[in-house]
Design a protein around this ligand. Structure first.
Ligand SMILES: NC(=O)c1ccc[n+]([C@@H]2O[C@H](COP(=O)([O-])OP(=O)(O)OC[C@H]3O[C@@H](n4cnc5c(N)ncnc54)[C@H](OP(=O)(O)O)[C@@H]3O)[C@@H](O)[C@H]2O)c1
Length: 324
């Protein structure tokens, strides 16, 4: 028997319950992982609130790091004792121990801690595909990254800077602006006070940007489009302020033949070889020191509800982990 956070109905953080669960032996193709640390991600709040509907009751969480305790039939890549990390796959990371498909798991390099692994897999792999694949950042590009002091934000700012970009970032406070600046953001904009589209036009001398990475959604989407140069790419990858309402595609023409994409990590990591290549690139930028994983909040796993409250109230910066 083990403990896990589960929920039986959607709603606020109070629906999260600390329960006893029977994990059982791993099924065919699965590994049993004992978590040393678990990643907290904004998507966990979408699952909990019902924005992304899931069958209930359900576990929660899609990111963790720990040690393999057992392997199911047909698993040849992993053995008990392996240090591993993962992002994605079935919900259930908010647990002391769990089973999950081996094809979602990668070995954690010896130079990286469990805490780093749990903090960076989802946010770091997201930064990887956004900057390296969705719109491949080139030296000399100027890019806009929203929520620059957040989990994905701090990683993406550092990585974009290392790729030779000039980084503009939006943040919710002056303290977050300083934090973003210390992590590669050349031009932090406090978007709760300043009109970010106007500031972007000023910073780029009216030219606009080749790409905007927007994880805020409803509150920023239209102004993000206004930041783009002709043929620019709007990458809408989250909805921290709520989903973007239906939208007239004709605007993309009148605003300069813009592109819009709404990517998710699942499609980018669906093939095992892609997941492994992306993870290797992430591990390399972290081990080289180009990207630091800032774990600015730690909570006991059983206090996951408090962690959700703090994340949704914009009280966190960088990455957050839950400790079993
Ligand atoms: N599509 C994908 O593959 C993928 C993968 C991972 C994450 N994401 C998305 O990326 C975003 C960042 O995820 P994260 O885990 O790193 O979270 P995070 O950025 O650490 O936290 C969310 C941040 O959004 C900002 N925000 C702006 N308006 C907000 C509002 N109305 N309510 C709450 N927060 C608001 C806050 O920063 P300020 O106070 O500075 O505004 C807050 O700290 C999320 O939207 C998430 O869904 C997408």
């Amino acid at each position: 028997m083990a403990h896990a956070i589960r929920f039986h109905q959607t709603g606020g953080p109070e629906v999260l319950q600390w329960e006893t669960v029977d994990v059982g032996a791993p099924g065919a193709g699965e590994v049993t992982v004992r978590h040393h640390a678990i990643g907290l991600n904004y998507i966990d709040t979408y699952h909990r609130s019902g924005l992304y509907p899931m069958p209930l009751p359900s576990g929660l969480g899609i990111e963790g790091a720990g040690v393999v305790e057992a392997v199911g039939e047909g698993v040849t890549d992993f053995a008990p004792g392996d240090r591993v990390a993962y992002a994605g796959g079935p919900l259930g990371a908010y647990s002391e121990v769990r089973n999950l498909p081996a094809h979602r798991v990668v070995k954690l390099p010896a130079g990286l801690s469990f805490e780093q692994g749990a903090a960076m897999m989802l946010q770091g792999l997201t930064a990887q595909y956004l900057l390296r694949r969705t719109y491949r950042v080139q030296p000399g590009d100027t890019v806009l990254i929203h929520a620059a002091a957040g989990g994905v934000g701090l990683i993406a700012c550092q990585w974009a800077k290392a790729l030779g970009a000039t980084v503009i970032g939006t943040v919710g406070s002056d303290a977050k602006a300083e934090l973003a600046r210390a992590h590669g953001c050349d031009h932090p904009i406090v978007y709760t006070r300043e009109k970010f589209a106007e500031r972007v036009r000023e910073i780029t001398g009216g030219a606009g940007l080749p790409v905007v990475y927007d994880s805020i959604g409803k509150d920023t989407f239209m102004d993000s489009l206004r930041c783009l140069r002709p043929l620019g790419m709007m990458v809408l990858f989250g909805a921290a302020s709520g989903p973007v309402p239906p939208f007239d595609l004709g605007l993309l023409n009148t605003m300069g033949s813009l592109y819009v994409t709404r990517p998710g990590i699942a499609a980018y990591t669906a093939k095992r070889e892609d997941l492994v290549a992306m993870a290797n690139e992430l591990f390399e930028v972290v081990e080289s020191g180009k990207v630091r994983i800032e774990i600015n909040q730690r909570y006991a796993l059983r206090d996951a509800a408090q962690a959700h409250s703090d994340l949704e109230a914009r009280r966190t910066t960088g990455s957050t982990i839950l400790l079993p």
